[in-house]
Design a protein around this ligand. Structure first.
Ligand SMILES: Cc1cc2nc3c(=O)[nH]c(=O)nc-3n(C[C@H](O)[C@H](O)[C@H](O)COP(=O)(O)OP(=O)(O)OC[C@H]3O[C@@H](n4cnc5c(N)ncnc54)[C@H](O)[C@@H]3O)c2cc1C
Length: 527
């Protein structure tokens, strides 16, 4: 029964679990009792179960701590005492809360990377009445020193194996090409994404040639302009390539290349701020939820949870601010598995939906930048070798960047972002020099590491609501292609929240429930 209900995906049962379109008010207080936040879940069993942001169900993980009401009572009691003993009764040492997040918000987005900001943008853009939805983005590191977005190599392509990924990237490239129609802010200079439409060139060995042919068929069906090339054609077009071991190549003729991720991030940030989205510098450390235990018609026990408070630990302080909310978006990138755990996701017997974890973890990836005056030059696309090594041009000064994902059994410790320079010598350079003989003489100038938000199940995004923690939505797990898909994914998540179902691109195969059902949305073109 449970599996059947999940397979039905985002049916009408989900309508009403999100923000809905009929809300008159943006404040939680008013929404209570209005039915605006009532969740029906995806299960037939839950059709008679209702929630409110302060439901009667047991509070999860919060026994013994003060509720928000008790806390405010205590604070005003202490304030009164201080005022009565200190000279200058008007002085109020506990009043400066300007650095704290607001006490309530409709939607709290955990993570202010490109995915979190894109969800914020589309929520504001699609809201039915201006100012109807109060959105708060919580980001713990405003320098983005470890965020994948700014450590990525900025590529966009349509050469994927899954139709959903191709469609996501097709919409995203339209968004990027018209960035100033989407993200213009009055009186601010236009954005320059530095888009380089140089294409992606995938090379396949004999073994991978049939898969490549099939992938290109799907890509063309979805509207991508990709051509197949024989080794001879390849040699003619890119004479600097050694075609040994290459049986077939696929080359993107338009809408593929790379751009400046930082510019996209800042553009989104600037725009959503102008649309009224609130930002808070702090770390989400806890969720307070209510639970309802239920049994399906065949006796399966499930617990539905609703988060009604997010605890935000404020920077340089041991204090936290509780933020009441109706919806939480998990856009914490490589750390989103941890955020899911905080919400109780995966804490249950194995093999059950309750015990199914969000399989997203940080995986360290190195990027090396080298100089090579004899290299391929300005015509070079992003080249993905059958060995897994890749490179592209960086700027106009004979510089290139690239890397290679390690084998599963050689995954480096993700505990820090230190670079392994031997990895370049042993695992990357030999493949590069074999493919482009001119790279024999390259000189590495610098290197960095970043985290893939790696989905260990099928290397694809997780989009939409959790089936049991009914007001947590995901926009994560893109495993190396999240930057380019962010514009389309933000729109998809906002659609589900506002309308109860995907509207423009059906991303049902990317729902969380696939982890429990064992139904992979396997992407074969992962770099
Ligand atoms: C080396 C490398 C190359 C890549 N190349 C490409 C590419 O060419 N094309 C492409 O499309 N993608 C690429 N990617 C992948 C892409 O960068 C990611 O998929 C994408 O940026 C993920 O965006 P995000 O917003 O989910 O994550 P992030 O940018 O990591 O943002 C998540 C944010 O959440 C914050 N956060 C985490 N936990 C908390 C908490 N508890 N409270 C508050 N804030 C929190 C973090 O501080 C972080 O800023 C690459 C990634 C790497 C590492």
């Amino acid at each position: 029964m449970l599996r059947r209900a999940l397979r039905l995906g985002l049916g009408p049962g989900l309508l009403g679990r999100g923000l809905g379109t009929h809300r008159e008010s943006s404040t939680l207080g008013k929404a209570e009792g209005s039915g605006g936040y009532r969740g029906s879940g995806v299960f037939p069993i839950s059709s008679h179960v209702t929630f409110s942001t302060r439901g009667p169900g047991p509070r999860w993980e919060d026994s013994g701590s003060l509720g928000a009401g008790d806390w405010h009572g205590k604070v005003s009691e202490i304030k009164k005492k201080i005022q009565s003993v200190l000279p200058g009764g008007a002085w109020s040492p506990l009043c400066d809360t300007s650095h704290l997040p607001p006490e309530h918000s409709d939607v709290v987005i955990v993570g202010g990377g490109v995915l979190g900001l894109s969800v914020a943008y589309w929520l504001k853009r699609l809201e039915k009445r201006q100012g109807a939805i109060r959105v708060l983005v919580v980001e713990r590191d405003h320098t983005y020193s470890q965020a994948s977005t700014v450590l990525s190599v900025g590529g966009i392509r349509q050469q994927f194996s899954l139709p959903e990924n191709i469609q996501l990237s097709l919409f995203s490239v339209e968004f990027l090409r018209n960035i100033n129609e989407y993200l213009a802010v009055v009186d601010d200079p236009p954005l320059d994404l530095q888009f380089n439409p140089s294409g992606y060139l995938f090379l396949a060995s004999e073994e991978g040639a049939t898969i490549m042919e099939n992938n290109v068929k799907v890509q063309r069906q979805e509207g991508a302009k990709v051509c197949l090339m024989s080794p001879e054609q390849l040699q003619k077009k890119f004479p600097w390539i050694n075609t040994e071991g290459v049986a077939l190549a696929s080359y993107g003729l338009e809408n593929e290349g790379w751009f400046d991720p930082w510019c996209l991030l800042q553009g989104l940030r600037r725009k959503v701020q102008s649309m009224g989205v609130l930002f808070c510098h702090g770390e989400v450390t806890r969720f307070v939820s209510s639970s309802n235990h239920m049994e399906t018609a065949i006796g399966e026990k499930v617990t539905l949870k609703r988060i009604h408070e997010v605890h935000v630990k404020v920077d340089h302080s041991q204090e936290y601010q509780p933020v009441e909310c109706a919806i939480v978006v998990n856009a914490a990138g490589a750390w989103s598995g941890r955020i899911a755990e905080l919400a109780g996701i995966g804490k249950g017997p194995s093999g059950t939906l309750q015990g199914t974890k969000l399989p997203v973890e940080p995986r360290k990836r190195y990027v090396y930048l080298w100089h090579c005056p004899q290299g391929p030059g300005l015509e070079a696309p992003l080249v993905a070798d059958p060995s897994g090594a890749y490179f592209r041009r960086e700027g106009l000064g004979n510089n290139y960047l690239g890397g290679c994902s390690p084998a599963e059994e050689e995954e480096p410790d993700p505990g820090n972002l230190e670079v392994d320079h031997d990895f370049f010598q042993e695992k990357v350079w030999p493949h590069l020099a074999q493919r482009v003989p001119a790279f024999e003489t390259l000189k590495v100038r610098r290197a960095w590491a970043g985290y893939y938000d790696y989905n260990t199940f099928d290397q694809n995004g997780v989009v939409g609501p959790h089936p049991l923690v009914i007001n947590m939505y995901f926009a994560t797990g893109f495993s190396g292609h999240g930057l380019q898909q962010a514009p389309a994914v933000g729109r998809a998540v906002a659609e589900v929240m506002l309308e109860g179902h995907f509207q423009t691109i059906n991303l049902s195969p990317f729902l969380f429930s696939r982890f429990y059902l064992g139904e992979k949305a396997q992407e074969h073109c992962i770099i």
